[in-house]
Design a binder for this molecule. Structure first.
Ligand code: DUC
Ligand code: ZN
Ligand code: ZN
Length: 475
C-alpha cells in the first residue's frame, strides 16, 4: 500500500517527458510505473493534463540575514510557505558570517534558525576573511555537510568583502577538500570608485546606482576569479550573472573543460534598468548586480539554452517598502530625496522563479520543459551535492515533487504572493503556467490556494559534491 499515488500526469526529467504514475511510501519515491486503477494508496492525486517535475530547489536566498541595516520581511517559516507556493521543496541560505566570527558557530546558529522551515534546507558557508583559525574550519564544514562557500567580491564598506588573498586561500582549500566557492562577482574597486564619483557630483538617483555598477564591473570580477580558480585548480560558481561579457569568460573556460559554473536569476531575465527611471518606485528595484537591459536578458536566455548557465536561483532578499525606505530622507513635502547608498540591495523572487521560467521560458518557446527541470532542480542538486536524494524523480529519491499546469493563465500581483510584502515588481505580468501542487518528502504542502505544510517539518540536508563536478566542467 502506497501513502500517495500520483496518476495520469506527464513526468518530466532532463531527458524525457513520459505518461507514468508515481507511487510514494515513507517520504520516498517507491515506483514509477503504470499503476492501474486497483492500486492501493491512502491518497491519490489525479494529475491528468498536468506535468510532474522534480521539486524545485532554491539554493540562493537571504532570509533572517542582517544586511545594510535591514533584516528582511520573512523568517524561515514564512519564507518556506512562500517558496512552497512557488513549487520549491528545498531551500538553501548562507551563514551570517562577519569578521571575527567562527564559520562553524555561524553554521550551527543557521541550522537552528532554518529549522523553522516547512521544507528541507541546507546551508552554504560564507567567508569574509581567512585567518588560519577560519581556514582550519573548512574540512570540518565539508564533513558537516556544507561544501559550498560564498564570498562577496564587493561590499568592502559593509564588512563582508573577501579580498583577493582570502579568495585564493579559500580556493586552495576548496580544491584540496572538495568544496565549491560561490562568488558574488562585482569589482569592488570599480563599484567603490564610481560611487565616490556619484557622491562628488551629487548624482545619487536610482539610475546612478545602475551606472555605478556597469557590466564590466561584474565581468572584471568574473575574469579575475576565473583565473584564480584555474590557478588553484578548484571549481567555482558565479551566482546571479547578468550579462554576455561575463558569460563569455565562463564559456571560454568551460570550452577548455574547466569547472566554471554560472547561475542567473529570474529578475535579470524579466526586469530591466528602465525601472530605475521611476523616482517613486525605482528604489524598490535596487539590487546587486543592478537590473540590465532586454538585450542582456536575451543573451542570458542564450546562455540558458546553450548550457553556459547551468542553474537558476532566486537570490531572494525580500524587503518591505518600510525597510527599503527606512534610511532615506524626505523633503518638506514628504518626497523621498534619492540616495542609492541608503537603500538595502535585494529583490523578492523565490515564489515567482518557477512560474516566470514556465511562462517566459517554456510557454514562449525559449527553453523546453526538460531544460527547465535541469535549471531549477537537477543541476542545482548535482552542483550543490544533494543528487540523487534531491533533483530527480527516481526510486529511492525523496518524494519532492512539483505538479504544474502549463496552460493556466494568471497575472502576477502582490495579492497572489505569500512573501509578506505589499508590492510586486512584476505586478501585471501575464503568465502562462502555474504551480498546482507541491509535495515535500511525500507530504502535500501546497494544493491550489491552500498551504498544508507544517512549521519545523523541514530537515537539514547534508551535502557532498561529486568529484566529477569539482574537477571538470560537468554540465
Ligand atoms: N545582492 C543583493 O541584491 N542583495 C543581497 C546580496 C546580493 O548579493
Ligand atoms: Zn550576491
Ligand atoms: Zn545572493
Amino acid at each position: 500500500m502506497f501513502d500517495l499515488v500520483i496518476k495520469n500526469g506527464t513526468v518530466v526529467s532532463p531527458e524525457s517527458s513520459k505518461k507514468i504514475d508515481i507511487g510514494i511510501k515513507d517520504g520516498k519515491i517507491s515506483v514509477l510505473d503504470q499503476l492501474g486503477d486497483s492500486v492501493e494508496a491512502k491518497e491519490v492525486i489525479d494529475a491528468t493534463g498536468k506535468h510532474i517535475l522534480p521539486g524545485v530547489i532554491d539554493a540562493h536566498m537571504h532570509v533572517e540575514a542582517p544586511f545594510q541595516g535591514c533584516f528582511g520581511a520573512n523568517d524561515f517559516y514564512t519564507q518556506s510557505v512562500s517558496a512552497a507556493f512557488g513549487g520549491v521543496t528545498t531551500i538553501m541560505d548562507f551563514t551570517n558570517t562577519f569578521p571575527g566570527n567562527s564559520v562553524i558557530t555561524q553554521f550551527e546558529e543557521r541550522k537552528d534558525e532554518m529549522s523553522k522551515s516547512a521544507l528541507d534546507y541546507s546551508i552554504h558557508c560564507k567567508f569574509v576573511e581567512a585567518p588560519e583559525r577560519i581556514l582550519q574550519e573548512i574540512p570540518k564544514l565539508i564533513d558537516m555537510g556544507s561544501p559550498s562557500f560564498k564570498m562577496f567580491m564587493t561590499y568592502r564598506k559593509e564588512g563582508v568583502m573577501s579580498d583577493d588573498e582570502t579568495l585564493l586561500k579559500v580556493f586552495k582549500l576548496a580544491k584540496e577538500h572538495g568544496g565549491l566557492p560561490l562568488l558574488h562577482a562585482e569589482s569592488n574597486a570599480i563599484a567603490e570608485s564610481n560611487i565616490e564619483e556619484c557622491v562628488a557630483s551629487n548624482s545619487l538617483g536610482w539610475q546612478s546606482f545602475a551606472s555605478s555598477k556597469p557590466v564590466l564591473c561584474e565581468t572584471e570580477a568574473v575574469s579575475r576569479a576565473t583565473l584564480f580558480s584555474e590557478y588553484c585548480g578548484n571549481a567555482v560558481l558565479f551566482v546571479h550573472t547578468t550579462n554576455k561579457p561575463s558569460l563569455d569568460i565562463a564559456r571560454r573556460a568551460q570550452e577548455r573543460g574547466l569547472p566554471v559554473y554560472v547561475e542567473t536569476c529570474p529578475h535579470y531575465l524579466t526586469l530591466f534598468d528602465d525601472m530605475y527611471a521611476s523616482e517613486e518606485r525605482g528604489h524598490l528595484a535596487i539590487c546587486s548586480p543592478p537590473l540590465r537591459t532586454p538585450k542582456e536578458a536575451e543573451e542570458l536566455w542564450d546562455g540558458l539554452r546553450d548550457g553556459t548557465i547551468c542553474v537558476t536561483g532566486s537570490d531572494d532578499c525580500t524587503y518591505s517598502i518600510k525597510e527599503k525606505e527606512m534610511f532615506l530622507e524626505r523633503d518638506a513635502q514628504g518626497k523621498i530625496i534619492p540616495d542609492f547608498r541608503k537603500i538595502v540591495n535585494g529583490l523578492s523572487g523565490c515564489e515567482i522563479r518557477l512560474p516566470v521560467l514556465l511562462s517566459e521560458g517554456v510557454a514562449k518557446g525559449r527553453i523546453s520543459i526538460n531544460r527547465l527541470v535541469e535549471l531549477t532542480s537537477t543541476n542545482v542538486a548535482k552542483l550543490s551535492g544533494c543528487y540523487p536524494q534531491k533533483g530527480c524523480l527516481a526510486p529511492g529519491s525523496d518524494a519532492d515533487i512539483t505538479i504544474v499546469d502549463l496552460s493556466r493563465k494568471w497575472v502576477l500581483s502582490p495579492e497572489q504572493l505569500h512573501n509578506n510584502i505589499d508590492y510586486c515588481l512584476h505586478d501585471g505580468l501575464e503568465l502562462t503556467g502555474a504551480v498546482d501542487t507541491t509535495i515535500a518528502r511525500g507530504s502535500i504542502v501546497v494544493q491550489g490556494k491552500d498551504f498544508l505544510g507544517k512549521r519545523d517539518s523541514g530537515r537539514f540536508i547534508k551535502r557532498s559534491i561529486a568529484e566529477s563536478v569539482l574537477t571538470n566542467h560537468a554540465f
